[in-house]
Write a protein that binds this ligand. Structure first.
Ligand SMILES: [Zn+2]
Ligand SMILES: [Zn+2]
Length: 405
């Protein structure tokens, strides 16, 4: 039986969105509930020194709360703080670490450690912050915090940061992109068989029902009506007929097949009444990240569905970067078909040998998208997911040695 895996919760958002407040409240509620010695032994509270740099040795929130924390500047410093008793790590400022934070987080989860971290997803220029895309790909629980837009008279939920003089302020999507309509981005992720597409189908059907109740008299008078949708699919995905999106359990909606992102743009430029844009299998779209940036800059409501990880358990296409732009992430799970005990967050690929008919897990160096050969997929939990030939994570051994009694 596989061990109970650990998990990663990411508390993230723009500046002044109450991330540290949320983390401090969580730490305090654990601290108050358990024995002091147990807390000291099993819980680690750490921060990157550049996170709230004014308060040395403390995680502090902008509303004045604070809690003691060990400062760790590198993943190596963090490893040094870990003992065989460490079960929980509260981590302030995960976005400030270098690239090694990603394999370290993966290795920690594999040794059943639970991590609750805070981070800023986007810089004030709207770019993903350091290794946040990769961190978001290994995250299990997405806790986005909204700030309050600082534009005088606005006060809407803020998901972006801007630099004003020498400080940073939160901005809502409309004030940030300076658009006529309020842009938004929902991203639905999860492994195969987690019914992601069903979310998109349900959303579009809900809009169709609304339009039936309030029919639009003249589409030409409409400008970016959020109930009028265009759903795009990558034309290489030829399952279930070209102009439809079908979920594994049968529901379907119409879709426009495209094979490059300029086709999406030119369709929308010709159909100015459309305000809601959906994508299925966004991981296949080449240039999806710049396309979604373009859509947000124009004020569209975007709904993107896709695999965040390929069969190797690594970021798929532009999806990790797209996650940083979302104001809502819906993370779906399937059931692990191997242990049948734990929720599945991974896609497991098998390849059937055409000569002897034996089914084997696909190897690490197999192509991401198989063109020839018979392949099949199931969903798997972290413990059961198996990719022969996958390079070793350098932190796996370090942690295992630390964790052995
Ligand atoms: Zn605003
Ligand atoms: Zn399993």
């Amino acid at each position: 039986m596989p061990p109970n895996p650990g998990w990663i919760e990411l508390i993230y958002g723009c500046v002044k969105s109450g991330k540290s407040r949320t983390l401090i409240d969580k730490i305090n509620s654990v601290k108050n509930a358990i024995d002091k010695e147990k807390f000291k032994k099993e819980f680690l509270v750490v921060k990157h020194p550049l996170d709230d740099r004014e308060t040395k040795g403390k995680i502090s929130s902008f509303d004045g709360g604070s809690i003691d924390a060990i400062e760790c500047e590198t993943p190596k410093d963090l490893v040094e703080c870990i003992t065989k008793y460490t079960k929980f790590i509260f981590l302030g400022g995960v976005h400030l670490f270098g690239r090694d934070i990603v394999p370290l987080l993966k290795a920690l989860v594999d040794t059943n450690v639970i991590i609750v971290a805070t981070g800023i997803n986007l810089t004030s220029k709207g770019k993903p912050y350091n290794y946040i895309p990769q961190i978001m790909t290994v995250t299990d629980v997405y806790d986005i915090r909204a700030g309050e837009c600082f534009t005088p008279g606005c006060g809407e939920d803020a998901y972006r940061s801007v630099k004003v003089g020498d400080h940073f302020e939160p901005r809502c999507m409309k004030c940030y992109y300076k658009t006529e309509k309020k842009p938004s981005l929902v991203v639905v992720i999860g492994p195969m068989f987690s019914q992601k597409t069903l979310e998109l189908i349900a959303k579009v059907k809900e809009k169709e029902r609304k339009l039936k109740l309030n029919p639009i008299k003249n589409y030409k008078d409409e400008f970016m009506n959020k109930d009028l949708s265009a759903i795009f699919k990558w034309s290489k995905d030829k399952r279930y007929g070209l102009e439809k999106i079908v979920s594994h359990d049968g529901g379907s909606i119409d879709a426009i097949p495209v094979d490059n992102t300029s086709q999406v743009k030119s369709y929308l430029q010709k159909n100015k009444h459309i305000g809601f844009v959906g994508f299925d299998e966004i991981q296949f779209f080449k240039g999806a990240y710049p396309l979604i940036n373009w859509l947000l800059e124009k004020g569209y409501s975007v709904y993107a569905v896709g695999l965040d990880e390929n069969f190797k358990g690594e970021g798929f296409g532009d999806v990790p970067k797209i996650l940083t732009l979302a104001d809502t992430i819906i993370s779906k799970e399937a059931y692990c078909t191997r242990c049948q005990k734990q929720p599945a967050t991974k896609t497991q690929r098998f390849v059937t040998d055409t000569i002897n008919g034996i089914k084997k897990p696909a190897k690490y160096d197999d192509p991401i998208v198989l063109v020839a050969g018979k392949d099949s997929y199931t969903s798997a939990c972290r413990s059961c997911h198996w990719v022969p030939g996958k390079p070793l994570n350098k932190y796996d051994n370090i942690l295992k040695l630390k964790k052995i009694n």
